[in-house]
Design a protein around this ligand. Structure first.
Ligand SMILES: [Zn+2]
Length: 84
Protein backbone atom coordinates (compact mmCIF):
# COMPACT_ATOMS: atom_id res chain seq x y z
CA UNK A 1 0.00 0.00 0.00
CA UNK A 2 2.70 2.46 0.93
CA UNK A 3 4.59 1.52 -2.14
CA UNK A 4 1.71 2.61 -4.25
CA UNK A 5 1.57 5.99 -2.54
CA UNK A 6 5.28 6.36 -2.95
CA UNK A 7 5.03 5.57 -6.61
CA UNK A 8 2.27 8.11 -7.03
CA UNK A 9 4.31 10.70 -5.20
CA UNK A 10 7.33 10.02 -7.35
CA UNK A 11 5.26 10.16 -10.48
CA UNK A 12 3.88 13.49 -9.40
CA UNK A 13 7.34 14.86 -8.72
CA UNK A 14 8.62 13.70 -12.09
CA UNK A 15 5.59 15.19 -13.72
CA UNK A 16 6.29 18.50 -11.99
CA UNK A 17 9.89 18.43 -13.10
CA UNK A 18 9.08 17.81 -16.70
CA UNK A 19 5.90 19.73 -17.11
CA UNK A 20 6.60 22.72 -19.33
CA UNK A 21 4.73 25.27 -17.30
CA UNK A 22 6.65 25.06 -14.05
CA UNK A 23 9.53 27.19 -12.97
CA UNK A 24 10.51 28.70 -16.19
CA UNK A 25 12.87 31.59 -16.18
CA UNK A 26 11.36 35.01 -16.30
CA UNK A 27 11.24 35.68 -19.93
CA UNK A 28 12.14 39.26 -20.53
CA UNK A 29 10.03 40.84 -23.20
CA UNK A 30 11.58 40.48 -26.56
CA UNK A 31 13.24 43.69 -27.51
CA UNK A 32 11.78 45.13 -30.68
CA UNK A 33 14.11 45.85 -33.51
CA UNK A 34 14.57 49.45 -32.40
CA UNK A 35 17.90 50.53 -31.02
CA UNK A 36 17.30 52.54 -27.88
CA UNK A 37 14.92 50.20 -26.23
CA UNK A 38 15.97 50.46 -22.63
CA UNK A 39 12.76 52.03 -21.53
CA UNK A 40 10.51 51.34 -18.61
CA UNK A 41 7.38 49.52 -19.42
CA UNK A 42 6.75 50.80 -22.88
CA UNK A 43 6.13 47.83 -25.08
CA UNK A 44 6.48 48.14 -28.80
CA UNK A 45 6.44 51.90 -28.59
CA UNK A 46 8.54 53.73 -31.10
CA UNK A 47 11.15 55.81 -29.39
CA UNK A 48 12.26 59.12 -30.75
CA UNK A 49 15.23 61.21 -29.80
CA UNK A 50 14.96 64.69 -28.39
CA UNK A 51 16.65 67.13 -30.71
CA UNK A 52 18.11 69.10 -27.83
CA UNK A 53 19.13 66.82 -25.00
CA UNK A 54 19.11 63.50 -26.78
CA UNK A 55 16.71 61.79 -24.44
CA UNK A 56 14.63 59.05 -25.95
CA UNK A 57 10.92 59.42 -25.41
CA UNK A 58 7.92 57.50 -26.71
CA UNK A 59 6.74 58.99 -29.94
CA UNK A 60 3.31 59.86 -28.59
CA UNK A 61 4.88 61.84 -25.76
CA UNK A 62 7.30 63.74 -27.92
CA UNK A 63 6.62 67.37 -28.69
CA UNK A 64 7.01 68.63 -32.20
CA UNK A 65 8.66 71.88 -32.98
CA UNK A 66 11.41 73.60 -34.80
CA UNK A 67 11.43 74.40 -38.47
CA UNK A 68 8.51 72.74 -40.23
CA UNK A 69 7.73 70.84 -37.06
CA UNK A 70 10.33 68.42 -38.15
CA UNK A 71 12.06 68.17 -34.82
CA UNK A 72 10.99 66.20 -31.80
CA UNK A 73 11.54 67.21 -28.22
CA UNK A 74 11.15 65.46 -24.91
CA UNK A 75 9.70 68.43 -23.07
CA UNK A 76 8.48 71.96 -23.43
CA UNK A 77 11.72 73.21 -21.98
CA UNK A 78 13.71 71.58 -24.70
CA UNK A 79 11.32 72.85 -27.31
CA UNK A 80 11.52 76.38 -25.92
CA UNK A 81 15.19 76.57 -26.55
CA UNK A 82 17.09 73.90 -24.78
CA UNK A 83 19.84 76.02 -23.40
CA UNK A 84 19.21 74.97 -19.89
ZN1 LIG B 1 15.04 67.12 -24.38
Amino acid sequence: MFRLLLLIGLGYLVYQLFSPKTARKNRNGAVPSGSAARSSGATGEKMVKCAVCGTYVPEHEALRGGPRNAQLFCSKQCRAGGRG
